[in-house]
Design a protein around this ligand. Structure first.
Ligand code: PEP
Length: 254
């Protein structure tokens, strides 16, 4: 069975004390993770180690970086490399979140480089894709997302797709309170799986976890995660409230 995953994206929020408090509160919540389920927390760089320490020993719980450099090392002031993340024991990284695509002008080609360098360092990428509203309104979202996948992913081998995670996040649903309907989510997730199957075959396509992101909360998680090709969620705002995120974890398919 594919891994079912509740991934939190804390973005650029919280002080260290607040981040530690949230992590500790989460530990106290009533949540269950079965053997096929994971909770992954993408936290700001300065909180990676403190939050990892709090979650140490919790089976199925991981800490992720929200980004890594496309470069290996060198004169790139302010950047953080995949090797640095690996050296502190980080196993997951978000690649291509729409906010980074927009504000940092990350192209599909640059994201391909980030995927390469993350994988070279044995860090599992959570690759984000998704269309803006104008594309959805023009009903060309399937082609748009397929192109994102082809241009950033398709140079990877089938073996590299092992443990790969994709997050479909329609930009018009991120932080807006406007969720894609469960039918819209399922339709796109099935499209993504079809595109993966054409390139890598059915076994690989079936093994990749595809998360939905965009205003997921406790109240809509069961419905969205219940769709056949939705394997959990990438959650922004609602991941900052311990009880909300615990309920989202408990909404993962068994
Ligand atoms: C996100 O940042 O990835 C996200 C989906 O945010 P939100 O849940 O707040 O829409």
């Amino acid at each position: 069975m594919r891994k079912q995953i509740a991934a939190a994206n804390w973005k650029m929020n919280l002080s260290l004390a607040e981040a530690e408090q949230l992590a500790n509160e989460l530990l106290k919540t009533d949540h269950q993770l079965s053997a096929d389920q994971l909770a992954i927390f993408a936290v700001p760089f300065p909180y990676l180690l403190p939050v990892k320490t709090i979650f140490a020993g919790k089976t199925g719980v991981y800490v992720a970086a929200q980004n890594c450099s496309a470069k290996k090392n060198g004169a790139y002031t302010g950047e953080v490399s995949a090797a640095m993340l690996k050296s502190i024991g980080i196993e997951y990284v978000l690649v291509g979140h729409s906010e980074r695509r927009e504000y940092n002008h990350e192209s599909n080609a640059e994201l391909a480089e980030k995927l390469n360098i993350a994988l070279e360092n044995n860090i599992k990428p959570i690759f984000c894709c998704g269309e803006p509203l104008a594309i959805r309104d023009a009903a060309t979202q399937n082609d748009y997302v397929s192109t994102q996948l082809k241009e950033s992913l398709f140079h990877l081998s089938a073996a590299q797709m092992n443990n790969f995670i994709i997050a479909y996040e329609p930009i018009w649903a991120i932080g807006t309170g406007r969720t894609a309907s469960s039918e819209q989510a399922q339709e796109m997730h099935a499209n993504i799986r079809r595109v993966l199957e054409e390139q890598y075959g059915a076994a690989v396509a079936d093994s990749v976890s595809i998360l939905y992101g965009g205003s997921v909360k406790a109240a809509n998680a069961v419905e969205i995660f219940g769709q056949a090709d939705v394997d959990g969620g990438l959650v922004g705002g609602a991941s900052l409230v311990a009880t909300e995120f615990a309920a989202i974890i408990n909404s993962l398919k068994q």
